[in-house]
Design a protein around this ligand. Structure first.
Ligand code: ADP
Length: 491
């Protein structure tokens, strides 16, 4: 026995649960990253862009007469101090100065510091920004962000200076300085951190609960359905089992119920078939054994007629076995169709002859009206098996007149139509649909005398459907039946 058991995949519930939690976790992480880690960078980038735009507007306004208004507006809108210089021969002349706050860096610049700023701006291609600390000790001074603070000094403010340098068409250099408080990002971040901690915990808890209930709601009906479906093979699946919850489960449950009904039917039919077949097999076998023993023991009985009985019974056996073999072969390679072009007229003529000579001794009359030269594109073996099964049935269920009529002709619609007619008892309206089902036999008790497995017409149906052919039966009780099929005519 093979005991290397394959590891079964994780259940739906586990997966849903994990994905849900993972999703929430990703959201929480993203929130933290954007709100805490990158907040100052975002803030810096946005402020830089805003100040740069304002500085450009101010520099533009130098040549007009609205310099002061522009600088004032920029100062108001950005909460920044503004200084505008004209640089000539490395000498800065202040053109305009607007104060937004008392403590700012650009208003306590020494000439040397102004020069340094100018050079840095020049070196950076016209735009420069840097953060400074405004330090109060003996008076005010400012130092770079990372600079050390001496004892007795304290940081009053943190500022960002933005410098912009342009050269006017007449060669004059305009140097705009803006000074802007670095907003208390750290305080904001701290508040956000506390908020986010609470939010993350709540979010994870909610998603945990949601994941639990949703996964339960989705998987529970499936589990119940599975338990019920396990009973399918034993036929104990309730045919009207309805597991609701959501549409897919209801549909699956409906499908399983239908399958249960079908399995039940097939099971019943199979049992009947086995009973029938064993009964039907026994009759010809008893006849063969009986006749053979008589012929062995009594040399006088060794007549051609008795031999014929044995041969006929052996034929009955063989045709029953053939039906069974066909159906199992069919199940093995259901959609294998080897199409070829051949003359159906010729084949039907041969079959007619074959049946005529075989059955004439038993008093049957098989008559054929076959139009010549009708070709089709089809699987020869399957099509001839189809024709034979129909003829077989017509012979089996033929009426008193023991007549079977075969017709092959071309229809108006460019098709070839094959018809098998008998004048037997016919088929009741309510059975017409069902006779094509596997193992289905009308009036089992009565037909017991006739050899049959209930498979013949199901083979016919499968074969014709594989060819996309039209087929059917016209039948009236007491008057007989005409079974027919139509295939496309092949020129
Ligand atoms: P079977 O081997 O029992 O003939 P089929 O599948 O060929 O199985 O046919 C199914 C049932 O259809 C038969 O049991 C029979 O009752 C009915 N049937 C088929 N052909 C005819 C016919 N020509 N005349 C009357 N009944 C027929």
């Amino acid at each position: 026995m093979n005991d290397t058991k394959e590891r079964s995949p994780r259940g739906l519930r586990f997966k849903l649960f994990t994905y849900f939690l993972l999703f929430s976790l990703i959201i929480v992480v993203l929130l933290w990253v954007f709100q805490i880690l990158f907040l100052d960078r975002f803030y810096d980038a946005i402020t830089d862009a805003r100040l740069k735009k304002a500085a450009e507007e101010i520099a533009e306004a130098v040549k007009g007469d609205s310099l002061y208004e522009t600088a004032e507006r920029a100062s108001r809108e950005n909460g920044a101090c503004v200084n505008v210089y004209s640089i000539e021969d490395l000498q800065a002349v202040c053109l305009c100065s607007v104060d937004a706050e008392v403590a700012c860096v650009i208003h306590i610049l020494s000439q040397r510091q102004l020069n340094t700023l100018y050079k840095s701006t020049y070196a950076s291609g016209g735009s420069y920004s840097n953060a400074y600390r405004l330090i109060e000790g003996e008076g005010f001074r400012f130092a770079d962000e990372k600079a050390e603070i001496a004892e007795g000094e304290k940081i009053v403010d943190e500022r960002k200076v933005y410098a912009h340098l342009i050269t006017a068409p007449d060669g004059e250099e305009i140097f705009v300085l803006m000074d802007h408080p670095l907003s208390p990002i750290e305080a904001t971040t701290n508040i956000l951190r506390v908020q986010l901690s609470v939010l993350s915990a709540v979010l994870l808890l909610i998603s945990f609960l949601l994941a639990y209930f949703i996964s339960r709601r989705i998987s529970l009906p499936l589990s119940f359905l599975n338990i019920a479906a396990r009973r399918l093979p034993s036929g104990r699946y309730p045919a009207d089992y309805r597991e609701t919850g959501y549409r897919e489960v209801a549909e699956l449950s409906q499908t399983l119920s239908e399958a249960a009904v079908e399995i039940g039917k097939v099971d019943k039919m199979k049992k009947e078939l086995i009973a029938n077949i064993s009964h039907d097999l026994r009759t010809p076998l008893t006849m063969i054994i009986g006749y053979a023993e008589v012929m062995r023991d009594m040399p006088d009985e060794n007549t051609p007629e008795n031999m014929q009985v044995i041969i006929n019974e052996a034929h009955r056996l063989s045709s029953m076995v053939e039906d069974l073999v066909s159906i199992s072969r069919y199940e093995g390679n259901a959609d294998e169709v080897k199409k070829e072009r051949f003359s159906l007229s010729e084949e039907i003529r041969n079959i007619t002859e074959e049946y005529r000579s075989l059955l004439s001794s038993r008093g049957y009359s098989v008559e054929g009206s076959v139009e010549e030269g009708l070709f089709v594109l089809a699987d020869r073996r399957r099509l001839l098996q189809t024709a034979r099964n129909l003829i077989h049935n017509a012979v089996n269920y033929a009426g008193e007149d023991k007549t079977v009529l075969l017709r092959l002709f071309k229809t108006d619609g460019n098709s070839v139509r094959f018809e098998v007619e008998d004048h037997g008892e016919g088929i009741a309206e309510e059975d017409l649909e069902r006779i094509w089902e596997r193992y289905y036999r009308v009036d089992k008790e009565h037909v017991r005398s006739v050899v049959g497995s209930g498979l013949g017409l199901s083979i016919v149906r499968e074969n014709l459907e594989l060819h996309g052919a039209r087929y059917g039966v016209e039948s009236a009780l007491g008057r007989g039946s005409v079974f027919w099929f139509e295939l496309k005519l092949e020129k």
